[in-house]
Design a protein around this ligand. Structure first.
Ligand code: ARG
Length: 576
């Protein structure tokens, strides 16, 4: 089986450490990293930490590891440098053989997880009865990419779209529909947006309306049929709207994945009883609260999770407590992931701590809030329309496709239908890639020109590179069979082979850190490495074995780019 070179070296280092010293060393301790240093392919950093444990000079420890290291024919040179780094340069002959083995592997060297986990991913999760806005874009596309990556790695993923489909907004809306006689009418999502604003204005200004809206929430909770019917109509319309956005984005979320706030309403009493009984929740001024150690706000005031409000109602905190109990205890997730903006970091830290205190979440279970920054306009402020309104996702995505159409308008050689498909892939891809290629924890500036640039770290650059490589392979006539021999004579061939070999590591670091930008960076590096290979090494004009080998490298690069883009959820048109 062919796998990651770093993992292979790591196992060999573990064996060497075991043979040289009488200490336990795991593959995690072995720390083998791809090296950026000229002439060095991998660096092993285990000696320094080991030297501390053994109280011996680190260079001596490194030398001793090297003398026990069995690398068969993998390495050209193994050198100890500085305080005890072990620098490995792979044998070019071996790398060629490794490359042809990789090319024959449908997983491109990434070995399925040996301990598959059940991962629950909460993402997208927009609020209903409002048009989805750009704020939900990030959660949707980051979550989608993480899901694709973890499924590729062999984990079982359960998607949870925690839509906001409950609470005061619905009391307000239903009351407004009845007030205005709108209940009899058909309505669309833009109507809903308007109704929401009107209802909100009335709610804030008119105490009588506010009171009726609150009573309406109680009726909703009590399951009053007329109220439920209107609530359902609002939801159905909202779902049509978000499904259209998901389809446009090519995001893998479907109706089975909806587990909105309303789902958990039947359990809220039970959750608050359980927390009270176990002494985790306590009364505070008539509200039922959970106070957790270490969570304080201004002037060291403890910040509570509010399980039940003073008026007896349940809110966002209570719903998330019931939700995490369900995900850990009923769905039995090993890893619970929440892809939600960074402003909710404190909320999730407290939900996780409370769920651990209640022993709903076991110590073996991992909980992660995958936070992210805001999308900013070119003025550095939150992205808005020129008129200052919050930007709607559908408008933004149609503009992306429109701008991309202008890019391909000149390609009159392509059938109209294909041009449209390309415009869609390029436009949507540009928006997604701009988001995924930046470190998610930072804010990023939404800049049309930059995200649609043909050169630079953009989707269209990668899509174009892939289309070009495919066309080279196509023009060659028959592609060389998978796994045909690869010989690496030119430095540019070797560089490309080494990049290709690092795909499994790119997948793994992306998953470990839950940072899609790492995959994006890898793909961009791969595409630029290919482009210098192509400049230096003629493919179609070369002959015999050399031509076969270069074609194999090209076909393999196409396969990796295609897979990588797919893991980011970015479509790759056949031609561009
Ligand atoms: N609907 C929420 C919002 O728009 C996000 C929900 C995230 N998921 C959760 N389990 N709280 O802010």
């Amino acid at each position: 089986m062919v796998g990651d070179i770093g993992d292979d070296l790591g196992q060999r280092v573990v064996a060497a450490v075991g043979a040289a010293f009488d200490v336990a060393c795991t593959i995690e301790d072995a720390v083998v990293r791809p090296s950026q240093r000229e002439g060095v392919d991998y660096q092993v950093n285990v000696a320094m930490a080991l030297a501390k444990r053994l109280r011996r000079p680190s260079r001596e420890v490194a030398e001793s590891i090297v003398s026990h290291l069995e690398l068969d024919n993998m390495a050209e040179t193994v050198v100890v440098a500085g305080p005890g780094f072990i620098n490995i340069t792979l044998s070019t002959g071996w790398l060629g053989e490794h490359t042809s083995r990789l090319a024959a592997d449908s997983r491109l060297g990434y070995v399925l997880a040996t301990d598959p986990q059940r991962v629950i991913v909460d993402y997208s999760s927009p609020n209903m009865a409002k048009e989805m806005h750009v704020g939900h874009l990030r959660s949707t596309i980051i979550g989608d990419s993480l899901v694709r990556l973890m499924e590729f790695a062999g984990h079982e993923v359960i998607r949870q779209n925690h839509i906001g489909d409950w609470g005061t907004p619905f009391g307000m809306l239903v009351e407004h529909l009845i007030d205005e006689g709108l209940a009899e009418r058909d309505f669309s999502i833009s109507d809903l947006n308007l109704f929401y604003q009107q209802a909100r204005t009335k709610f804030d200004a008119d105490e009588d309306f506010a009171e009726r809206a609150r009573t309406r929430v109680v009726a909703l909770q009590a399951g009053d049929p007329a109220t439920l019917e209107l609530w359902n109509r609002l939801l159905t319309e909202s779902k049509h709207h978000i499904e259209a956005v998901y389809a446009l984005l090519g995001v893998r979320l479907n109706p089975d994945d909806y587990k909105g706030e309303s789902t958990y309403q039947p359990w809220l009493n039970d959750v608050s009883d359980e927390l009270t009984r176990r002494g985790i929740a306590e009364d505070s001024d008539g509200a039922l609260c959970v106070f957790l150690e270490g969570f304080t706000g201004r002037e060291d005031q403890p910040v509570p999770l509010i399980v039940r409000k003073r008026d007896g109602g349940f809110g966002y905190d209570a719903t998330d407590l019931a939700t995490i109990r369900y995900r850990a205890q009923d769905l039995k997730g090993d890893h619970l992931i929440y892809v939600v903006g960074s402003p909710q970091a404190l909320h999730f830290a407290m939900i996780f701590a409370a769920a651990r205190k209640a022993e709903w979440v076991s110590p073996e279970t991992t909980t992660t809030h995958v936070g992210f920054g805001s999308v900013l306009g070119e003025d550095g402020r939150m992205l808005r329309t020129r008129a200052g309104a919050s930007l709607k996702l559908t408008d933004l995505l149609s503009e992306a496709v429109e701008r991309a159409s202008a890019l391909v308008a000149g390609r009159t050689d392509l059938p109209e239908e294909e041009r449209e498909e390309i415009a869609r892939a390029v436009g949507i891809g540009a928006v997604k890639y701009a988001d995924l290629s930046s470190d998610r924890e930072k804010d990023y500036v939404f800049d049309w020109d930059r995200m649609l640039a043909m050169d630079g770290n953009t989707a269209v650059y990668l899509q174009y590179a892939l289309a070009r490589i495919r066309s080279i392979v196509r023009r060659a006539g028959e592609a060389p069979p998978l796994g045909s021999p690869v010989s690496l004579t030119e430095p540019a061939e070797r560089d490309l082979a080494l990049r290709l070999a690092r795909f499994p590591d790119a997948v793994q670091t992306t998953i470990t850190n839950l940072q899609p930008h790492r995959m994006a960076t890898y793909l961009f590096d791969l595409a630029t490495t290919f482009s210098s290979f192509y400049e230096n090494c003629p493919v179609l004009k070369s002959e015999g074995q050399v031509r076969e080998s270069r074609l194999a490298l090209a076909a393999h690069t196409a396969a990796v780019l295609e897979r990588g883009l797919d893991l980011l959820g970015i479509a790759a048109p056949e031609r561009l």
